[in-house]
Design a protein around this ligand. Structure first.
Ligand code: NDP
Length: 295
């Protein structure tokens, strides 16, 4: 088994981003600027946004965290998004999910100017991604592709099985793996909770991507010998063993699956770190106007 090490890869790519950010700042007279809106006080969301902000500082971006209580209305949130859309000093905008029940995440996603949509969730970016056109790719799938690229894993022609079909991870991941690009060119099966004989499907995978949200869901008997296993899951459990008071578990039963896999991502230290890299890369591209030229 070889480790797909998010710590090593993210550190290397962040160094490159830092250099490019410094060049941008020198020529534009301002830093690339990411705004993150956080509604409510969900523990996981707090941690993710804090980490995104910290990483922005590390690579020389400006970052702003706008916080609202759970009682903010959908209209108020959309009004703020429209204001940010028009602000030329802000390059990227993300609204951390999940949102309170009274706010429709689809409406929020579509309110964000697709040229600032550095999470890559806007239908225009998703459509362009499917067409293999320049776009912001959703940060987690983007990070995974960067990881595969870094290790030079040749997945063309291989069978890939994605477990989970969410709009932010599973579905875009299946599109990227199937695209005529490098890495890519896999024959992809996208599975979900209504898939019949899931174990048999997953066993076909030369590449397996687990994005379910259930601790240790993918067990060794589901994985083919020599498979590349990508664990997207982040499952938090309270723990007295850690300073933070919680422990993270993936969707893959790591130890036994690692014995069969040729390559595998750990949790933590795998895809989560690469998601941040995907977000930072998108924000840099937004600032430089390389994907969508600045007006
Ligand atoms: P969602 O809850 O949106 O989607 C989960 C998917 O898993 C759904 O498509 C669901 O199927 C499928 N699923 C649920 N149960 C089963 C089952 N028994 N068999 C097969 N499929 C099943 O989750 P996300 O995609 O947002 O996140 C998945 C995991 O990844 C979570 O742990 C999340 O925390 C983590 N995550 C990690 C990130 C990172 O940076 N590492 C970033 C984003 C998410 P159906 O559609 O039929 O309901």
């Amino acid at each position: 088994m070889n480790l797909l090490d998010g710590k090593v890869v993210s550190a290397k790519i962040k160094e490159d981003i830092k250099k490019e950010a410094a060049e941008f700042t020198a020529s534009a007279g301002r830093k690339p600027h990411l705004v993150a809106i956080l509604v409510g006080n969900d523990g996981g969301s707090e941690t993710y946004v804090a980490s995104k902000m910290r990483n922005c500082e590390l690579v020389g971006f400006e970052s702003t965290n706008i916080r609202y209580g759970v009682d903010i209305t959908e209209e108020e949130l959309i009004a703020k998004i429209h204001e940010i859309n028009l602000d030329p000093t802000i390059d990227g905008l993300i609204v951390q999910l999940p949102l309170p029940k009274h706010i429709d995440p689809d409406k929020i996603t579509e309110a964000i100017d697709y040229r600032k949509d550095v999470d890559g969730f806007h239908p225009i970016n998703l459509g362009r991604m499917q067409r293999n056109l320049p776009c912001f790719i959703p940060a987690t799938p983007y990070g995974i592709m960067l990881m595969l690229e870094h290790y030079g894993l040749d997945i063309a022609g291989k069978k890939a099985v994605v477990v989970g079909r969410s709009n932010i991870v599973g579905s875009p991941m299946s599109i990227l793996l199937a695209r005529n690009s490098n890495p890519g060119n896999c024959t992809v099966t996208l599975t979900h909770s209504r898939t019949a004989n899931l174990k048999e499907e997953v066993l076909q995978g030369d590449v397996v991507v687990a994005a379910i949200g259930k601790k240790n869901f993918v067990t060794a008997d589901m994985v083919k010998e020599g498979a590349i296993v990508i664990d997207v899951g982040i499952n938090r459990e309270n723990s007295t063993e850690t300073k933070s008071g919680f422990k993270l578990y993936g969707d893959v039963d790591f130890e036994p699956v690692a014995k069969k896999a040729s390559w595998i991502t750990p949790v933590p230290g795998g895809v989560g770190l690469m998601t941040i890299v995907g977000l930072l890369k998108n924000t840099l591209e937004a600032a430089k106007g390389t994907i969508y030229p600045k007006a």
